[in-house]
Design a protein around this ligand. Structure first.
Ligand code: ATP
Length: 352
């Protein structure tokens, strides 16, 4: 078992504002008392006991830490330190100030494909680096692609949240059911052996989006998508070819991150290809609509989860103390039976 720093994190860091929350805790700005340098602190609640269903298994955080420690790349969030107490682990990580890439783009009036490619290239460089180290992220999606500083002339992409990541060992068979419905590969839904290729079968606009999560998952398994003229009329053929090579059901046939980096859409071979790319642009009206819908869905999931938790608390209070014990209605018990698929996403089931 890995041993982390046992000092009280507050003795060494002043804890500041909340930057974001995940399913198992919060991320807050922290200031290192000795140097005044700002970092982010990811506070992760651990399971209270073997029977407790809320909180994370220590082992799963150890895995996230081990993976982050092994990755040092400009486009991947860096880990500085880890502290542990009885109830939680605190990861001190690089502070990423620029927010989500998609929010930054949605604020723009227009974006050429050339500008979009600059961001895409950085994402691919980060992904290609981790894949070379046999690490798959397994939760690449807009929420996990952030910008170092949105006011910088050329902000760096930072890939965050390695909570579902896995390092493959040669010859190992690894399966997992985790992921976010709009963005998971068909082999995950089908519970087949996985590889780093699962990180590649995605597109930011989720062309598989259905009316319900079930419909979305069915569309992915059937690889049911089309380039609707309404959305893709301004998109270059090279960009469509690039997307088509990613949205391939057979993982062994899917383009790798390294191959993506030399695809002519990313790395044009001649002046004509450069000119074509410069003439094409992103349909910002559709992008803004998509981003607003994505944000709405995220808040809806969060509110539903809070409502379920509050209902459970009220139920526990309404029953007397004996009944409460009889029914094992712990205040930290999760109602997984009724959770939407997007909330079942993390660290639930995986096997090697
Ligand atoms: P989830 O349950 O979604 O997997 P999590 O508990 O693993 O979440 P993260 O996704 O890593 O947590 O972080 C939650 C949110 O905190 C992010 O969406 C982001 O807004 C913010 N955040 C995470 N890391 C950083 C960072 N290094 N700097 C600034 N903000 C961050």
């Amino acid at each position: 078992m890995a041993v982390f720093k046992l000092d009280n994190v507050e003795d060494l860091y002043a804890i500041g504002n909340v930057l974001g929350s995940g399913h198992f805790g919060q991320v807050r700005e922290v200031r290192e008392r000795a140097t005044g340098v700002l970092w982010a602190g990811k506070f992760l609640k651990l399971k209270k006991g073997a029977g407790s269903r809320l909180g994370l298994e220590r082992k799963s955080v150890e895995k996230e830490v081990e993976i982050l420690q092994s990755l040092q790349h400009q486009n991947i969030m860096a880990l500085k330190d880890v502290f542990e107490s009885r109830a939680e682990l605190v990861l001190i990580i690089e502070l990423i100030k620029g927010g989500e890439l998609f929010d930054f783009i949605a604020e723009k009036e227009n974006l050429t494909e050339t500008e979009a490619i600059e961001f895409m290239k950085q994402i691919l460089e980060g992904v290609s680096y981790m894949h070379q180290k046999y690490v798959a992220h397994f939760d690449l999606k807009p929420e996990n692609i952030m910008l170092s500083d949105k006011h910088a002339p050329n902000p760096d992409i930072k890939i965050i949240d390695f909570g579902m990541a896995h390092r493959f060992i040669q010859g190992e068979e690894y399966k997992s059911l985790g992921g976010t419905p709009q963005y998971i590969a068909p082999e995950i839904i089908n519970y087949e052996p996985l590889s780093t290729a699962a990180d590649m079968c995605l597109s930011g606009l989720s062309p598989f989006q259905g009316e319900t999560d079930e419909e979305t998952l069915r569309n992915i398994v059937a690889m049911n998508y089309e380039f609707e003229p309404h959305y893709f009329s301004q998109t270059s053929n090279m960009a469509k070819d690039f997307i088509q090579k990613l949205l391939v059901k057979d993982q062994s046939e899917r383009i790798t991150a390294e191959e993506c980096l030399v695809h002519p859409w990313i790395k044009p071979l001649n002046r004509t290809q450069i000119a074509k790319r410069n003439r094409s642009s992103i349909n910002m009206k559709n992008f803004k609509k998509f981003n607003a819908r994505r944000k709405w869905k995220m808040s809806f999931n969060m509110v539903s989860a809070c409502n379920r938790f509050c209902r459970l608390q009220l139920l526990c209070k309404a029953r007397g103390p004996e009944q409460q014990e009889l029914r094992d209605c712990e205040s930290d018990q999760e109602d997984t039976g009724t959770k939407p698929a997007s909330l079942l996403r993390r660290r639930l089931s995986s096997s090697s």
